[in-house]
Design a protein around this ligand. Sequence first.
Ligand SMILES: NC(=O)c1ccc[n+]([C@@H]2O[C@H](COP(=O)([O-])OP(=O)(O)OC[C@H]3O[C@@H](n4cnc5c(N)ncnc54)[C@H](O)[C@@H]3O)[C@@H](O)[C@H]2O)c1
Length: 495
Amino acid sequence: MAKINKAACIGGGVIGGAWAARFVLAGIDTRIFDPHPEAERLLSEVMANAERAYQMLTSAPLPKKGTLSFCNSIEEAVQGADWIQESVPERLEFKHGVLLQIDAAAEPKALIGSSTSGLLPSELQRGMKHPERMFVAHPFNPVYLLPLVELVGGQLTTRAVLEDARDRLSTVGMKGVIIKKEIDGFVGDRLQEAFWREALWLINDDICDTETLDDIIRYSFGLRWAQMGLFETYRIAGGEAGMRDFLSKYGPILAWPWTKLTDVVDLNDELIEKIVGQSEAQSGKRGIRELERIRDQNLVGILQALKAGDEGRGWGAGALVTEFETHLWKTTPKPKLNPTSQPMRLLDVKVHPSWIDYNGHMTEHRYTQCFANASDELLRLIGADMDYVQAGHSYYTVESHVRLLAEAKLGDALYVTAQLLPSDGKKIRTFMWLYRASDNTLVSTYENLMLHVSSEESRSVPPLPEVITKLKPLIEAHSVLPPPDAAGRSVGQGN
Ligand SMILES: NC(=O)c1ccc[n+]([C@@H]2O[C@H](COP(=O)([O-])OP(=O)(O)OC[C@H]3O[C@@H](n4cnc5c(N)ncnc54)[C@H](O)[C@@H]3O)[C@@H](O)[C@H]2O)c1
């Protein structure tokens, strides 16, 4: 399968830094060149926010992080890289010079993507030794969460390179879309700029202030756009009669003077001061990294809602998160079971910001989630993993009992250990403990019963022999352990 083995980021600012985070968190060794004196500090802050976001986004097994190395030159950074991402400031001649340097030093087959927001790839690849592997790979901020990349070839780029780039991006959880023809601003920024122009007029003409304008987006069509685009949304707006009806109903309005799109506002000092002042009043109370964390948490929430969309099959960017997780599960080495007569440590986890309730503690269902994730880990260990589920077999939890014994707080590191109680394999009964790692305080216990089922036949059946072969020695090893004190407790039972 096409993948990115080693990446290089030339330019590590807002965009280059977030590309580096996307690569490193997908397990790819990444070299970076950025002459900014504080490049390392800035990047470490982006990495910290990106890691925080991934912990909230997925419990799939992220691979061991790739290494991140800072280099002293473009030549050093591109050595051995098969994907080179240029993200230097948006000035044609400057970018072109940097890209020529990259082309001269890179392996001839290495792909070179430019993050440019709107410059033409044909102009950027001028004079290259190997222009056929150079293209625009235009991402959206924050690159580590937003999956879209516009892939735009120049006159000398081959179609095969664009397709290869699209395939490789899918292995880091991104969606590459190939744009048919190069055009200034491509598609995404053309749309955004049309919107931005109109917004500037509305502020200039004192129709509303920056905060009101943002509210109008985020409380209405911004929510729609996060899950359906423009055309699908308008199709629905046309009602049962659909798109044709929508166009005939609302088409004539386009001739009314509702927008000033072709008339560009004079962005003079007065208008700049006005916007800066309003924006300061709107958002100045918070620092940029704090705003980024709020943005990331909101995006994770929307992505997770989209993951549950279409009756759990996933919708849009949410379906892409599921695809990325499936890729991660498939590419992570299968865990090895080593049965000993000790409760087994199944899960290490940190209390995420989204797990906190109004009391400032981990909310109730997250305790169960920790145990459910630990149960999944146990099932993987005995070979009842995603492939097994896809082949039509699974274990379903049919009964559980959770005791909440201590509070877990934001950022606490927790771990789960488990003991198998007498089980025949068709039924698996477990007892689990959730501890706080810093002082081994017992935070919660869980007892559960899982039943092996055939999902096709919708009934309980014995597990396949390969699962029994792994499970039996574990059940036997744990049979010598004394039963946990709380095993078999009922709700409300006194001590
Ligand atoms: N910011 C966005 O939302 C956004 C979105 C998509 C694409 N882009 C595009 O990404 C590119 C980078 O934009 P940004 O927002 O990250 O800008 P930025 O100013 O944050 O980062 C640019 C970085 O390039 C570094 N740099 C300067 N000269 C260099 C050189 N010779 N070699 C290596 N690094 C060098 C700078 O030190 C800086 O850290 C631009 O082409 C921009 O159009 C930006």
